[in-house]
Design a protein around this ligand. Structure first.
Ligand code: UD1
Ligand code: UDP
Length: 368
């Protein structure tokens, strides 16, 4: 059975790397990888293919950046052409980006069954572009691979039949376990930065809600500056955020102890995460990786779709209302004690479960 897998943004390369390995090991599955080109800088794309042994994409659509409609529309057109040529049995899409929605929509219109990896996530905030992508992708999909029990409950609430829902666990946990073992030997980043393990805060910021609102952006960066006066803060800067800081005249961040660095590869990121005292982020993936590394997390948002980490006490929401609120949230968590919670994201075999499930539904495919 031929599967076309569609990726385009940084977190999708990591998810696809885990699943791709399992698809390769499954008898009778041929994977054709399509890169939409949503992310294209070397440190947002190429580095992941090199580090994670992800196969070179068979199609590099080079769509690039753009407004939502423009970017998604161009992807839709280009992905459709690939699907018409390849005639796969299934299309597989990951997560909640514009590449996810374009892949699902292109496939469903051609009557190619769609499998959605990381289905059922909901922030219940329709102003988030990702929330719209999640909801529409789930409803265009035939098979929904849910990472958590919460995701399953969300899907049931929206009327999905149980037969379409597969609770498989989180493929990002698979990736963190698999690549985590390579981290110490292959990532010299801490030494290069001159930072000692367990003596710094790691931060990431890229969510449109934070970067496109100058008040929120200023609250976050001034808040991180206050924290950096007490403990170093390392922040690999997403290109969206770098552009926003420049746009709003905030590019000159001179706070002592605030290390703004270029985006890093996944192995460097895992090393940064596992050695941090605390992680502050608005990223979906990084919230979970903080927990995988058993590092407490502050989420720089009003809400999160990964609610189980908040319930377990490992994640605290800090809406970026002011720099004081951000600094207080981060410095407060550093001092807080933590108990060990149960595993919430499966056993690290989500990718194998996905490959097996796809083999199991292969007879529903319209062509081989
Ligand atoms: C996208 C996803 C988001 C995901 C994130 C992962 C959507 C709607 N958003 O957000 O869900 O969390 O990826 O990182 O799909 N840029 C570059 N170089 C690149 C890529 C982007 O300079 O290689 C800049 C461009 O100015 C671009 C901006 O970043 O306009 C935003 O990129 P885009 O892919 O549209 O959205 P992300 O913020 O990356
Ligand atoms: N990541 C990375 N380098 C960085 C920042 C993040 O490799 O400089 C990884 C991170 O470890 C996680 C994924 O990218 O696996 C998360 O992607 P991102 O935060 O861009 O998107 P989200 O998960 O919010 O969709």
């Amino acid at each position: 059975m031929k599967i076309v897998a569609i990726v385009g943004a940084r977190p999708q390369f990591i998810k696809a790397a885990a699943v791709s390995r399992s698809l390769k090991a499954a008898p009778g599955i041929e994977e054709v990888l399509v890169h939409t080109g949503q992310h294209y800088d070397d440190n947002m794309s190429r580095v992941f293919f090199q580090e994670l042994e992800l196969p070179e994409p068979s199609y590099d659509l080079a769509i690039g950046s753009g407004a939502h409609g423009e970017q998604t529309g161009r992807m839709l057109e280009a992905i459709e052409r690939v699907l018409v040529t390849e005639k796969p049995g299934w299309a597989v899409v990951y997560g909640d980006t514009n590449s996810t929605l374009a892949g699902a929509l292109a496939a469903v219109k051609l009557h190619i069954p769609v499998a959605h990896v990381e289905a059922g996530l909901r922030s219940f905030d329709r102003r988030m572009p990702e929330e719209v992508n999640r909801v529409l992708t789930d409803h265009a999909s035939d098979v929904l691979f849910a990472p958590t029990a919460t995701a399953v409950a969300n899907l049931r609430r929206e009327g999905f039949a149980d037969a379409r829902i597969h609770l498989v666990g989180d493929v990002m946990y698979d990736a963190a376990l698999y690549y985590g073992t390579a981290v110490k030997s292959r990532s010299p980043l801490l030494e290069e930065l001159g930072i000692e393990p367990k003596s710094y805060v790691l931060a990431t910021v890229h969510r449109a809600d934070n970067t496109d609102d100058p008040d929120r952006l200023r609250a976050i960066f001034d808040g991180l500056g206050k924290v950096a006066a007490q403990i170093p803060v390392v922040l690999p800067l997403h290109p969206r955020t770098r552009a926003a800081l420049e746009r709003y005249g905030m590019a000159e961040q001179t706070h002592r102890g605030l290390h703004l660095i270029d985006p890093v590869g996944y192995l460097d990121m895992l090393r940064l995460e596992s050695n941090a005292t605390l992680i502050a982020t608005d990223s979906g993936g990084v919230q979970k990786e903080a927990f995988f590394c058993r590092v407490p997390c502050v989420t720089l948002r009003n809400e999160t779709e990964w609610t189980e980490l908040v319930d377990a006490g490992w994640n605290r929401l800090a809406p970026p209302t002011s720099s004081e609120a951000i600094a207080a949230a981060l410095l407060g968590v550093i001092e807080a004690p933590h108990t060990a919670p149960a595993d919430l994201f499966g056993g690290g075999h989500a990718s194998e479960a996905i490959a097996q499930a796809l083999l199991g539904v292969a007879d529903r495919a319209p062509s081989s």
